[in-house]
Ligand binder design. Structure first.
Ligand SMILES: Cc1cc2nc3c(=O)[nH]c(=O)nc-3n(C[C@H](O)[C@H](O)[C@H](O)COP(=O)(O)O)c2cc1C
Length: 494
């Protein structure tokens, strides 16, 4: 690798590399901690952590980390109630169905709130051990009903950054202010069919959880909004109430969800969205907003960090390279398979405009035996039992219902949507949870198949050793060519 100029230092206190938040639990606490120990920003995914914690506890928590983290949760009785409900000493037998967790909804639900708060606390708490760097947590704005409880849990554990994409996080600055003072906080929830002026919200009242415990004010995390256009960035930056503390400017090569192309959606011969010059955001305009920003999506190649900084960015956010490293939360066998197929030049990543119920194009790694495989998808009996991507709608009787285009077709039609809505939709909730080795086994023996997402740019693999670590990725991105120095506990790299 030849990099003539080392990247200049980012502004004080800000990282030049953000390890992207990758759901569900691909960027878990082990990965975020490994990155933070190199001095860069480690980010855990905050998506569906209620399910992740409940299932890990049902595996017995053999290392005791989860119980150690729960013991530090400063909310009386909460950890005990969660352990009583989900912890199975010694773990459940292989193939046993997991106990369900309460699904998201608008109506307050104490057990659900407690589990969400505790799960987000646990993930950030564990990621923060063994170093004194900040930890970030990533959320999807779309999953509005989980946000207040999830953010409060992360803040109780001292999260330094909240990074939010897949929507317009205009209400999050206010939420962070309120929760930092342990005041009640809420966000608006979009309810399809609701008459204008009728506001629905999801909220959390910390006083109810604290039950008289007095805690000092919390640190307000920095908010980074993930955007794909300078127009959205300018909109958010315009008013102090909506202004984030910075932006992640994400292009269509990034793993996970991406913004659709601007204008009418056009598909190429293989059915993938066609992006054009209008989709390239103007970094000059973003820089002119005066807030720090990081470039994301295909920025893991040699010299990418230097180029990003020359374009006015503070640094880069990288996901795929970390998703495939040793500390990734991906199921170890699937990760090795992805690396093997990539090394053989046989791995393709498709940007599927239909797969995600969220409605955004979603990258899917084409791996046999996963939900990428049409036969595996067709053979999956549709079932919506996790429901993180369900969205509320107003029913004819004025009550609120929930629907997801990946649910059973008849149910979706009954809920007022055309059957065509369901075409090609994959159950991301179950597929992504299966990809981290926590897939549901249904009572009839059906095992949920995994779904794998990655970015389209895999070129960085050529510069990395086999079975590389997070520190190797940081070293590569910084252009030092060796594993980044790890603080505390010694170098985990090669
Ligand atoms: C496995 C995987 C899961 C991801 N999940 C999320 C997510 O839940 N939320 C999000 O904002 N970004 C998500 N991303 C995007 C990353 O945070 C990051 O912006 C992106 O990966 C950068 O592009 P790169 O993959 O080319 O490095 C995901 C990426 C990957 C590879």
């Amino acid at each position: 690798m030849t990099i003539t100029e080392p990247p200049t230092a980012p502004p004080a206190g800000l990282p030049s590399i953000i390890q992207g938040g990758m759901g569900v639990a691909v960027s878990g606490w082990r990965l975020a901690r490994a990155v933070a120990r190199t001095g860069q920003l480690g980010v855990v995914s905050g998506v569906a952590l209620d399910v992740v914690l409940a299932r890990r506890l049902q595996h017995g928590d053999p290392g005791g980390e989860l119980r150690r983290a729960l013991a530090a949760l400063p909310l009386p009785g909460v950890a005990e109630r969660i352990l009583a409900r989900y912890h199975v000493p010694g773990g459940i037998a292989p193939g046993t169905p997991y106990r369900p967790v309460p699904r998201l909804g608008l109506r307050p639900h104490r057990d659900r709130t407690e589990l969400t708060v505790a799960a987000n606390f646990t993930e950030v708490y564990l990621a923060g051990q063994g170093h004194d760097g900040p930890i970030g947590i990533n959320y999807l704005e779309k999953i509005q009903m989980a946000t207040p409880a999830a953010v409060y849990g992360a803040m109780l554990a001292g999260a330094g950054y909240v990074i939010m994409g897949a929507g317009i996080p205009s209400e999050i600055p206010r939420l962070l202010e309120a929760l930092a003072a342990h005041r009640a906080g809420e966000v608006s929830v979009t309810v399809a069919g609701a008459v204008s002026g009728q506001r629905h919200t999801a909220g959390i009242d910390p006083a109810a959880l604290l039950a008289g415990t007095r805690l000092p004010s919390l640190r307000r995390p920095r908010l980074l909004a993930v955007v794909s256009s300078d127009v959205l960035a300018a909109y958010l930056a315009r008013r102090p109430e909506t202004r984030p503390d910075g932006f992640v400017l994400e292009g269509p090569a990034a793993g996970g969800h991406s913004a659709p192309p601007r204008g009418r959606m056009r598909l190429d011969g293989s059915g993938e969205p066609v992006y054009g010059p209008r989709d390239v955001p103007d970094t000059g305009r973003i820089a002119a907003l005066g807030l720090p920003f990081w470039l994301a999506g295909g920025h893991a190649g040699p010299g990418a960090l230097t180029r990003a900084m020359r374009a006015g960015a503070t640094g880069i956010q990288v996901g795929t390279a970390f998703a495939l490293c040793r500390e990734s939360g991906l199921d170890a066998r699937l990760r090795r398979r992805l690396l093997g197929e990539a090394a053989a030049g046989a791995l393709t990543v498709r940007n599927d405009p239909r797969a995600s119920p969220a409605g955004f194009p979603f990258k899917i790694a084409s791996v046999d035996g996963t939900l990428a495989d049409d036969a595996v998808h067709a053979a999956r009996p549709r079932l919506c039992d996790l429901g993180h991507l369900r969205t509320p709608y107003l029913k004819a009787d004025d009550t609120v219902g929930y629907r997801c285009p990946a649910e059973p077709v008849a149910a979706h039609v009954r809920k007022g949507r055309p059957a065509a809505d369901t075409d090609g939709r994959r159950c991301l909730c179950n597929g992504l949870v299966s990809a981290i080795g926590l897939g549901q086994h249904r009572a009839d023996g059906y095992a949920e198949p995994p779904l794998l997402t990655l970015g389209t740019d895999l070129g960085f693999l050529r510069a990395l050793p086999e079975d590389y670590t997070a520190a190797d990725v940081v070293g590569h991105l910084l252009g030092t060519g060796r594993a980044a120095r790890v603080t505390d506990e010694g170098n985990t790299g090669t």
